[in-house]
Design a protein around this ligand. Structure first.
Ligand code: ARG
Ligand code: ZN
Length: 882
């Protein structure tokens, strides 16, 4: 292969079962900072479903092979071949056999954070997707399931805590040495990506959980010394998750212990290793002084997510990595439902949809678009995306919408029963729902195969004489990379017809049938639905609860949207109606700003927001969401092409000023009305109060009056929790340049020893929409608290700049693009996954206006031309430019 030859992509259509199976794995791991020694004893046998007479091909990556025996006999050098990516036994006997392989790896030099590495001195592992091959030679694919026994040995002084998968078996001193060991056994067959071990000096909190059938489980959360008091909320979330999964899905835990370890250096959020979840400490550690309400909500969701994987992911795993959404989409859906039950369901739905539109819609609309189940990849780590996770969850949600509560549960029950112990596929999953409900899901399955966001256009007409109402629906799916032709989708469109009194009218279709649960099944490119017995002109409420992840447009008037914002019985659409008004206004205002014309007056939006603010019956958390003005990224997405971020910023700032001026008395009253009573608590009701109060504070400050800024300053100084303190700090940093530096300094002084809080401080500065932001970011890369090696630090500073500061990332002089491209090139040498993720911030570059588009393209080309790029960055840059 020449230096620049790129290996061909992996294709779903090429799947073949493994030729060899592994039944048991015995690992003996002797931890050492620079030379950890791993002896792996594998019992293997030819797979009856594989190709007869095959060699044994084991994956490997950055391993040093020390010894290999077959059935206890050292292998002759001619019997095997070692390359940088594999160990191949050329002609193994075609019968069950035992291989013993000894490898040495260097955990301290492992900056990719895949395989066995060290985080602040703690030994830990990350094996998903393909990290186990960085520990030992192994068939590193999810359809090879084995039973693991792990012996871990270390210096007692260096690693007093030794944890593995499954249940603890024995532990003790290594006679005559300063070392000790622990043996763990996991009775449940699993793929190697679920393997984990931890060794370190850690503190812990413990609790017991008694399962539905009375089995006692010892729960442990391990954190850096001195941080145990910040683990309590995670423990509480864990216990609630365990109970919820029993009650809602009938899933009971299946080991004697369940451990969670928080580490400071981690590429992603967390990992569901069997019985030993390893977390980015950002999603475990929380105290009122250091974590915001949003942090608490994330911790609750991610603790639940990883725990729920025990069934959806571990007991039933994926046949191959194309099926990633099988575990991720389903598990995100499950964690969303858990949070909805624990908090406010409508507010949770609103924030989930905002996330989807903010991250997944742009992915679907740009060069990195891919189906929920991709059919080819060059680097699987680049497919842990919003499409696989969040759109994958929407697809499961649609299944529930189509089948109803009971039909969905019947399908899940069948899936959990039929496929327990399997490495399954999306087809297996869908077949369970089809079988349990006697339905055909062939068209529905297109949601997994076709990329892009469907565009649904609806127009309504009322026929007074016939007393009927007609909805004409048109669906299209734009072409996406690799998919020029599309088939029509099955779109479950939940609708309501709202009468003049605000009540929903009965939905009787002209054939006499009822639209079941208010859901219209759109299956054709164009389709009409006629409702009978509609005596007065109704206002249609479309895609209620965001029943389908589509881009909806309708001919609805502003007056009708205002009506829905006040009266819709569906809380999501109440929220969405006001957002639609705001977006429409901002698109128009942006165009006016670019043309140098006067900006339109936002009368309709002010009316909608004013009514929401005055409605005392609404949940404060809902009101906070409803009052939020769409982000600059939302507006850019709505505009779609020839985007000028400065014009959007100007239009949005002007709108916020106008809303502030128009609603000041009501905002002030709400700010006072929702003043805290009693001590801080992270639970949803009091978080909602804070969210509303802070939203009011923010809108008031948008007016820029001395009084409103003084109020923000006081809010900052008197805050007794991180939510209020950090919110006020952001406000001062964005809106009050004269108060900014003093507030930032005071905040830093107070929290300088707390890396997770310093991350917030850096992220905030990276988001200031002023030209100096670039120099500030550059300067902060030299700050003592910054480290290019730590993903949380990099994401806080560089990730926030690229993802959350559109005017400065897309500076017209190209300096923002250059800064991020330089960072990507630099980081790639150390941590390709992190670099690739950062580079994906360019995903919407083609929608920029020509000058900025050219500078983004130049930056991408500069990255592409760099010799020695990782496969991760090569893949992203190639598709981005492709
Ligand atoms: N399965 C993990 C989760 O959903 C994500 C791990 C991804 N890791 C990676 N290196 N791609 O929470
Ligand atoms: Zn997951």
């Amino acid at each position: 292969m020449s230096r620049d030859a790129v290996p061909p992509p992996v294709r779903l259509g090429d799947y073949r079962p493994p030729d060899w199976l592994v039944d048991t794995v015995h690992l003996d791991v002797r931890l050492h900072p620079s030379a950890a020694r791993i002896v792996a004893r594998l019992t293997m046998r030819p797979n009856p479903a594989g190709r007869a007479g095959s060699p044994i091909v084991l994956d490997g990556d950055e391993l040093s092979l020390k010894a290999i025996t077959l059935d206890g006999v050292p292998l002759a050098g001619t019997a095997y071949v070692v390359t940088p990516t594999a160990l191949t036994l050329l002609a193994p006997p075609q019968r069950p056999l035992t291989l013993e392989i000894e490898t040495v790896v260097n955990p301290s030099a492992n900056t990719k954070l895949m395989g066995l590495y060290r985080s602040s001195g703690t030994y830990c592992t990350q094996c998903e997707a393909e990290g186990f091959r960085r520990i030992t030679y192994f068939p590193d694919r999810p359809d090879v399931l084995a039973v693991y026994t792990t012996r871990i040995e270390a210096e007692r002084e260096e690693a007093p805590v030794l944890l593995g998968n499954g249940n603890p078996v024995e532990s003790g001193a290594v006679e005559g040495t300063s070392r000790h060991y622990a043996v763990w056994h996991d009775p449940w067959p699993k793929p190697c990506y679920l393997f984990a071990l931890v060794g370190g000096r850690l503190d812990r909190i413990t609790e017991d959980f008694v399962t539905a059938t009375g089995k006692k489980v010892a729960l442990g959360i391990y954190v850096e010394p001195g941080k145990t008091e910040r683990a309590g909320y995670a423990m509480d979330a864990l216990k609630r998750s365990m109970r919820w999964d029993e009650e809602v899905f009938g899933c009971e835990y299946d080991l004697d212990v369940f451990n969670i370890v928080a580490v400071a250096d981690f590429n992603m959020g967390a990992m569901e290793n069997k019985g030993l979840n390893i977390f980015n400490d950002k999603y475990v550690l929380a105290s009122p002084q250091t974590a915001t309400d949003a942090d608490y909500a994330n911790i609750e969701a991610i603790i639940a997510h990883e725990y729920f994987h025990n069934w959806t992911g571990n007991r039933i795993t994926c046949r191959d990595w194309f099926q990633l959404c099988l575990k991720e989409g389903l598990t995100v859906f499950r964690d969303q439902e858990f949070s909805a039950d624990a908090r406010s369901r409508p507010v949770k739905r609103i924030s989930d949809v905002r996330l989807l539109k903010g991250h997944q819609f742009p992915e679907d609309a740009g060069p990195l678009a891919h189906p929920v189940r991709p059919d080819s990849y060059r680097e699987i780590n680049n497919f842990y995306t919003a499409t696989v996770y969040e759109k994958g969850a929407e697809v499961v949600r649609m299944l529930k919408t189509l089948l109803g509560e009971e039909g969905f549960r019947a399908g899940m029950d069948l899936y959990l029963d039929r496929h327990d112990g399997d490495a399954a596929t999306v087809e297996d999953f869908l077949t369970c729902f089809a079988d349990a409900n006697g339905v055909d899901l062939t068209q529905f399955a297109l949601w997994y195969a076709q990329s892009g966001t469907p565009q649904v256009t609806v127009s309504g007409s009322w026929d007074a004489a016939a007393r009927s109402y007609r909805l004409d629906v048109v669906q299209t799916l734009p072409p996406t990379p690799g998919q020029s032709e599309k088939q029509p989708m099955l779109i479950p469109l939940a609708v309501g017809l709202v009468g003049p009194d605000g009540q929903d009218l009965p939905l009787t279709l002209d054939d006499g049938s009822n639209a079941e649960r208010g859901v219209l099944l759109v299956t054709q490119p164009r389709q009409s639905f006629v409702f009978r017995d509609i005596a007065q002109r109704p206002v249609p409420s479309l895609n209620r609860g965001f029943s389908a992840p589509v881009k909806l447009s309708s001919d609805m008037s502003t007056a009708d949207l205002l009506f829905l914002a006040r009266h819709d019985s569906d809380p999501f659409n109440r929220f969405d109606a006001a957002q639609t008004i705001a977006l429409g206004h901002l698109v128009e205002a942006t165009a006016a700003a670019r043309a140098g014309a006067d900006l339109p007056a936002p009368d309709a939006l002010v009316a909608a927001l004013g009514a929401t603010l005055d409605d005392g019956t609404l949940d404060p958390a809902f009101v906070a969401q409803a009052l939020s003005i769409p982000s600059e990224t939302d507006v850019a997405r709505e505009i779609g092409e020839d985007v000028d971020p400065d014009a959007i910023h100007f239009a949005r700032t002007t709108l916020r000023q106008a809303v502030s001026a128009a609603l000041a008395p009501a905002l002030e009253a709400a700010y006072i009305r929702h003043a805290p009573s009693g001590a801080y608590s992270p639970e949803a009701a009091s978080a909602g109060q804070r969210a509303l109060r802070n939203t009011c504070l923010d809108l008031l400050a948008a007016g820029g009056t001395a009084e409103s800024l003084a109020r923000a300053q006081a809010h900052f100084e008197t805050a007794d929790n991180m939510t209020d303190r950090f919110f006020a700090l952001s406000l001062l940093a964005h809106a009050a340049p004269q108060a900014r530096e003093a507030a930032l300094a005071a905040f830093h002084e107070r929290f300088r020893d707390d890396p997770l809080v310093v991350d917030k401080w850096m992220a905030l500065q990276a988001q200031i929409a002023e030209p100096q932001a670039l120099e500030r970011v550059r300067g902060l890369t030299h700050h003592a608290a910054f480290a290019w090696s730590n993903p949380n630090r990099v994401r806080a500073l560089i990730g926030s700049f690229a993802g959350l500061n559109p005017t400065q990332f897309h500076r017209i002089d190209g300096a923002g693009h250059e800064l991020v491209a330089d960072a990507v090139i630099d980081i790639d040498g150390r941590n390709p996954q992190l670099a690739a993720r950062l580079l994906a911030a360019f995903k919407s570059w083609r929608s920029l206006e020509p000058v900025r588009r050219a500078s983004a393209e130049a930056a991408l080309r500069r990255v592409a031309d760099k010799p020695g790029l990782s496969p991760d960055v090569t893949d992203i840059v190639g598709r981005s430019l492709g």
